[in-house]
Design a protein around this ligand. Sequence first.
Ligand SMILES: NC(=O)c1ccc[n+]([C@@H]2O[C@H](COP(=O)([O-])OP(=O)(O)OC[C@H]3O[C@@H](n4cnc5c(N)ncnc54)[C@H](OP(=O)(O)O)[C@@H]3O)[C@@H](O)[C@H]2O)c1
Length: 249
Amino acid sequence: MSKPLMGKVALVTGGSRGLGAATVRLLAEQGADVAFTYVSSEKQAQAVIDEVHGKGAKAVAFKSDQADTSRAPALIDDVVAHFGGLDILVNNAAISVAGTVDDPDADTAALDRMHATNYLGVIAVIRAASRVLRAGGRIITVSSGLGSRVGAPGLADYAATKSGIERYTMGVARDLGPRNITANVVEAGLMEGGMQPPDPETLKALLSSLSLQRMGHPDEIAAAIAFLASPAASYVTGAVLDAHGGYNA
Ligand SMILES: NC(=O)c1ccc[n+]([C@@H]2O[C@H](COP(=O)([O-])OP(=O)(O)OC[C@H]3O[C@@H](n4cnc5c(N)ncnc54)[C@H](OP(=O)(O)O)[C@@H]3O)[C@@H](O)[C@H]2O)c1
């Protein structure tokens, strides 16, 4: 495999599992030194590191709760101290909490934690990273098809977090463009082995609304992220790359 990311340093938030782990593996295969975060899956984080090291590439994990926005500057400082800089930020870490807005038993604490993790936490990491990202840098925010179209009941809060970080990323593209730093969004779709899917009825409805009528594999979405991180995407910024099987087609 060619190594278009040789000499680059990447930070992938939420790299211990799912799409984040697939992204860590792919960016490392393409030559980047990759730092990633997790919040509780220490063993899985170590397994990802071992796999990357086994292929002769570099990875390091930092336990850092994205819902605690005060942690973001220290996280970025840790990455820079470890790898000497930062070129690529992939905002991947997120959680999913479902429930209709009129549910009297809604777990509002869990919903608030989702807003803190998926929205405020992403903003805090972008702000901290923007201090140190080098020219030619990349910010790639992982959203969802739900960031532009909700499509089923029970997803208002999750969709709002994704829509919010999409707009934020567009503003980042405007703010950091003069420094030759791009900022783009990948709208992921339902993925095999990823975060808890919605209830079976909602899942069936969502799958039938896709052009490809199937779930995606994390590697298929990681490939879209790697493209935006690559030199080939040097003139792409403020864009939304749909990698969700045709949800909007
Ligand atoms: N799965 C889908 O079907 C789907 C569809 C559309 C979009 N997406 C988006 O794709 C991205 C990845 O989803 P996924 O399914 O791969 O997720 P996942 O398998 O549930 O993994 C989530 C990752 O985020 C980390 N994380 C969660 N909360 C965190 C926190 N507070 N601080 C730091 N790290 C935290 C987890 O760390 P631990 O392992 O330590 O918990 C884990 O590494 C998310 O942005 C999601 O919204 C997913």
